[in-house]
Design a binder for this molecule. Structure first.
Ligand SMILES: O=C(O)CCC(=O)C(=O)O
Ligand SMILES: [Fe+2]
Length: 308
């Protein structure tokens, strides 16, 4: 039954790809197709133990439920030019809507870029669980990057190398959206594309993630143990537009607190906020990717949101 459900892909469901399928070629082509047509999909039976994902969610939730003064211990310093740290952010988005999310950012890989100053000390298991999750998420994202490289007709290391090989950074973010009795009045995460290469996200049971496809917003259905994969601007650029960086947003829930744990896989912060990495596909037949002006515009919008 489970298999049957996973294999059902209707045009308005975010694709669900079962990674336990022994036919790797089939899995790879499903990943490539979903990245081309959607820019977002969910992987199930991905090999990361459900138990570990539940522990990750538990320690993250426990941190956010601490008193504000304790959370301030890992706050982003006011004068910091980096994004690591805890922040509670109430703002107007560019359409003038209220937007509110508390979040925590910290790198989880490579070890040379990990700054434990921004990792919660409480609950005590936080560090161990996040380290274990980091090693699993690295393996899974490398596998996906291999399939995506092959989908471009390139060596399977190509996208990983293009992002910086062993210097690729893995940035954990926890988004904490409090319940809102009228979710129309306040948005959680405003419309955006991710600026990195690829994002791997897990979320708690309060749904709310939406993706823009065929001129409409589609509710992402997912399970708390499935991993949502989102293609970001760096891969859009590197694939010459073959892979879509999907516009997405997150709504608040009327009653439940919504929490999500995206891990951003990216070249390095400088490159994320600087020029996009160079195109690496050698395919001359692909027309030069045009939406750059549009993307650049979006990019600035996003920067503005982050800097406010
Ligand atoms: O909370 C979500 O599901 C989406 C969060 C998101 O898109 C982001 O943090 O970039
Ligand atoms: Fe995002």
């Amino acid at each position: 039954m489970e298999m049957e459900k996973n294999q059902h892909i209707s045009s308005l469901d975010i694709p669900v790809i079962d990674l336990s399928n022994p036919d790797e070629e089939l899995v790879a082509s499903a990943v490539v197709k979903a990245s081309q047509e959607w820019g977002i999909f969910q992987v199930v039976n991905h090999g990361i133990p459900t138990e570990l994902i539940l522990r990750l969610q538990e320690v993250g939730k426990e941190f956010f439920e601490l008193p504000e003064t304790e959370k301030e211990a890992v706050a982003k310093p006011d004068d910091s030019l980096d994004i690591e740290g805890y922040r509670t952010k109430y703002q107007k988005d560019l359409e003038g809507r209220n937007a509110w999310v508390d979040h925590l950012f910290h790198r989880i890989w490579p070890p040379s870029r990990v700054n434990h100053k921004f990792w919660p000390k409480n609950p005590p298991e936080y560090i161990e669980v996040n380290e274990e999750y980091a090693s699993h998420i690295k393996k899974l994202s490398e596998k996906i990057m291999e399939w995506l490289s092959e989908g471009l007709g390139l060596r399977h290391e190509a996208l990983k190398e293009g992002l910086g090989g062993e210097t690729i950074e893995y940035l954990m973010k926890i988004n904490y959206y409090p319940p809102c009795p009228d979710p129309e009045l306040v948005v959680g995460a405003p419309d955006h594309t991710d600026v990195n290469g690829i994002t791997l996200l897990v979320a708690n049971e309060a749904l709310g993630l939406q993706a823009f496809k065929d001129n409409q917003w589609i509710d992402a259905e997912y399970t708390t143990s499935g991993i949502i994969v989102i293609i970001g601007d760096q891969f859009l650029r590197m694939s010459n537009g073959k892979y879509k960086s999907v516009e997405h947003r997150a709504k608040m829930d009327k009653e439940k607190t919504r929490i999500s744990w995206p891990v951003f896989v990216e070249s390095s912060l400088d490159q994320v906020f600087g020029p996009l990495p160079e195109l690496i596909t050698g395919d001359e037949n692909v027309p030069k990717f045009k939406p750059y002006v549009y993307k650049d515009y979006k990019f600035r919008k996003l920067k503005k949101l982050l800097l406010d």
